[in-house]
Structure formats: structure tokens, C-alpha cells
Design a protein. Structure first.
Length: 206
């Protein structure tokens, strides 16, 4: 009941604090109409994926309409922190070998993908992770030696798991997908990716 109350309270705070201007801005309205008019639902890719939640709407508010202010940023962090869900068994680390496969895998949630199969994290699209990988994105910071630099302790395990689950609980309007909150990755997959970053035996920490 306490968790439910926190979520309700965070949602109310977010709704009260965030004023996106999306419903009254003709330019934004036109852009949304164009997207919806040109997008065709197919397979698991439905039109509902074009609908923004309060956080997405706030983060896409254009600078000419004021962008995001400090109070709204704090509201996002608070509301998204309330969504965090940790493993019931208390274990944050899975198998780093499986985590490496997930980091490499870019399929999932597209109309052509099998919804019965797990999605990938496509982590290399944004991050350097292992020294051996020669092709990687630079939108996000390098994660090479992640555990070595930050530590392998329980607190960092919990932080890393949560950051993968919902990065916006830490950085409002982060470009990182909310892998757990949006059910892109399963709990076990998030454990495995956490292990990739924090297991001392992982190539990330070699």
C-alpha cells in the first residue's frame, strides 16, 4: 500500500508540476498529426507507441516554449524514482555472458520482431562497453572498466540495476531507454546487463 501511495503521490506531483504546452502549441500538434497520419500499425507496433506519457511530453517541450525548468526536472526524478522495482530475491547480478549477448542484440519491439522472444538492449549503439568492440556509439558515456572505476560493492550494484531499469530516476530527460519501466527488458535481463558492467570477471573490467 505504501508503494502504491508513493506512485499516486508522484503522479499527482508530476501532473501538477509539468506544463508541457503540447495541447495548445499548433506546431507540436501538427508534428504529432503528421506522425500519426504516416504511421501504420503493424504487428506489435501499434499507434499507441506515439502517445507520450507526462515525462516524455515534458522532455520534448521545445525551448521556444520554455523547455524544462528546475522544478519540472525535480518532479520527473521524483516520479520516476517511485517506479523503480528491485529483484525480490535481493540479487542484482545475473550472468555477464548473457548480459553481453543482450548488449549486442538490437532486436525487439519492432513490427518485424517476434513478440514471444526477448528484446535486446542494443547497448553498443550508445556506449563503448568492452575493449574488444571496435564499433560503438558515443551518445552515452564509455562504460569500459565500469566496475573497476566505480566499485563492485552492493550499493553500486543497486544503483546500476536501477539506472538500467529507469535512467530518468537519476537524470531527467535522459536519452537512455527506461528498460524496466517500459518493460523492454525483463528483470533477469537487467540483472545480466548489470553483471556485464559489475562482475570482476566480465570483459568490461579487464
Amino acid at each position: 500500500m505504501q508503494t502504491k501511495s508513493l506512485l499516486v503521490g508522484a503522479a499527482v506531483l508530476l501532473a501538477a508540476t509539468l506544463t508541457t504546452g503540447a495541447s495548445s502549441d499548433p506546431v507540436q500538434q501538427h508534428a504529432i498529426a503528421v506522425m500519426k497520419g504516416s504511421f501504420t500499425a503493424k504487428g506489435q507496433a501499434g499507434l499507441d507507441r506515439l502517445d507520450q506519457d507526462a515525462v516524455e511530453a515534458a522532455c520534448s517541450k521545445p525551448p521556444r516554449l520554455g523547455g524544462l525548468n528546475a522544478a519540472q526536472a525535480r518532479a520527473i526524478v521524483k516520479s520516476q524514482t517511485a517506479t523503480l522495482r528491485y529483484p525480490a530475491d535481493g540479487k542484482m547480478l545475473g550472468d555477464w555472458r548473457e548480459g553481453e549477448k543482450i548488449a549486442q542484440l538490437g532486436t525487439g519491439k519492432q513490427y518485424s520482431d517476434d513478440p514471444a522472444k526477448p528484446s535486446g538492449g542494443n547497448c553498443y549503439a550508445c556506449h563503448q562497453i568492452t575493449k574488444a568492440e571496435v564499433a560503438y556509439g558515443t551518445i552515452g558515456p564509455s562504460l569500459y572498466n565500469f566496475g573497476k572505476l566505480r566499485g563492485f560493492d552492493a550499493d553500486n550494484q543497486r544503483y546500476t540495476y536501477a539506472k538500467i531499469f529507469n535512467a530518468q530516476a537519476f537524470v531527467p530527460c535522459s536519452n537512455m531507454p527506461r528498460f524496466g519501466h517500459k518493460v523492454i527488458l525483463t528483470e533477469q535481463q537487467i540483472k545480466d546487463v548489470t553483471a556485464l558492467l559489475l562482475d570482476p570477471a566480465s570483459p568490461v573490467n579487464q
